[in-house]
Write a protein that binds this ligand. Structure first.
Ligand code: COA
Length: 341
């Protein structure tokens, strides 16, 4: 499908950051009634990274952004806009993107957040691609960053075992549309009738896990914590992701067999495998990082991308299918032909 635009968008820098503190399944099982075996079998998760008490989502985002800028051989002065996809902003306002801009030493160019929970990066990539094709910006820093540990009830084993903290970032650049490769296109969906199945009510707990496991107690009344009907989320996620990858292939005239890499949202290994099966993809074409850092929401797709990129596995001209499913429910996919060396 041709956009008729003189521009196309290309990923020219990739970065990621995970906070130092690792919380293993075994340690978690001293805090709630669970076990390493249960968590690994049902989710594939072995551990998660937890933000430090004195860190904020913007700090994780800034570290990932610095790495992406370095990777692109650029500085903040080369950037025209920053978008941060997050569901755990530092503050209700101003935007986390404006704080990241400040921390990176940027000034005057636009910066804003988007909220599509775990699909935030996939939504963000679609938005950036549209703006670059429209000729509005030349280079955009797109970041997915989360401190999910701050909106968890650490006494609820149904949810606290599933999430972690981290950030991933990419720099996207405009090139002439006859340049080979780059972002091909995106498919996005949302169905708000499912909104009650996965949500966090307003206000933050303010609690941060420390070295002592008992520190994970929630420390204020009326806290916000993730509430989820896991079975129903699982069922709809598998169906909708299967549909959206098929829709993306059809819309952009791509055959299943042409996909080199599935770069999925990292929520549960069983959901990932179901999507790979639908695409008839070999398991080793599917990027898996959920074992290392659990579900990092909007950070998960760029962290997965950063993972295979750093392993040197991405080759120019390869076709990537990024996909995510999120609370809302909001879901989507992006097709990217890798154009970076
Ligand atoms: N440790 C040990 N046991 C647990 C547990 C835990 N952390 N959480 C639940 N259980 C128990 C349940 O109480 C239940 O016990 P019972 O059979 O005695 O009633 C049993 O394990 C099975 O629970 P169930 O909820 O049916 O397990 P499941 O196979 O559906 O797996 C999830 C649960 C949450 C892992 C799974 O539903 C899931 O991944 N859902 C999608 C969540 C998600 O991805 N959310 C984010 C989307 S972006």
């Amino acid at each position: 499908m041709s956009s008729g635009s003189p521009f196309s968008s290309h990923i020219v820098g990739v970065g990621g950051y995970l906070p130092e503190r690792i919380l293993s399944n075994d340690e978690l099982s001293t805090m709630v009634e669970t076990s390493d075996e249960w968590i690994r079998e049902r989710t594939g998760i072995r551990q998660r990274h937890i933000i430090a008490k004195d860190q904020h989502t913007s700090d994780l985002a800034t570290e990932a952004a610095k790495q992406a800028l370095d990777d692109a051989g650029l500085t903040i002065d080369d950037i025209d806009a920053i978008i941060v996809a997050t569901t755990t902003p530092d503050l209700i306002f101003p935007s986390t993107a404006s704080i990241v801009q400040y921390k990176l030493g940027g000034k005057d160019f636009p910066a804003w957040d988007i909220q599509a929970v775990c699909s935030g990066f996939v939504y963000g990539l679609a938005q950036v691609d549209g703006m670059i094709r429209g000729g509005m910006f030349e280079r955009i820093l797109l970041i997915g960053a989360e401190s999910m540990s701050r909106i968890l009830d650490w006494q609820d084993r149904l949810t606290c075992v599933l999430f972690g903290d981290g950030a991933g970032a990419v720099v996207l650049e405009a090139r002439a549309s006859d340049a080979p490769n780059g972002v091909i296109g995106s498919v996005l969906h949302c169905d708000g009738s499912y909104r009650h199945l996965l949500m966090a009510q307003h206000s933050y707990s303010g609690s941060v896990p420390g070295e002592d496991p008992t520190d994970f107690q929630l420390d204020s009344a009326g806290v916000a914590a993730i509430e989820m009907k896991g079975n129903e989320v699982f069922r709809v996620a598998v169906t909708k992701l299967g549909e959206v990858v098929g829709e993306a292939l059809e819309r952009y005239g791509v055959e299943q067999s042409e996909i080199d890499w599935l770069v999925p949202h990292q929520a549960n290994i069983r959901i990932l495998k179901a999507t790979a099966k639908k695409l008839k993809m070999n398991q080793n074409q599917m990027v898996v990082t959920v074992n290392h850092h659990a579900n990092t929401s909007a950070a998960s797709v760029p962290l997965a991308l950063n993972h295979i990129y750093r392993e040197g596995k991405l080759k120019q001209g390869q076709l990537l299918l990024l996909e995510a499913f999120a609370s809302g429910f909001a879901w989507g996919a992006n097709l990217v032909r890798w154009s970076k060396g």
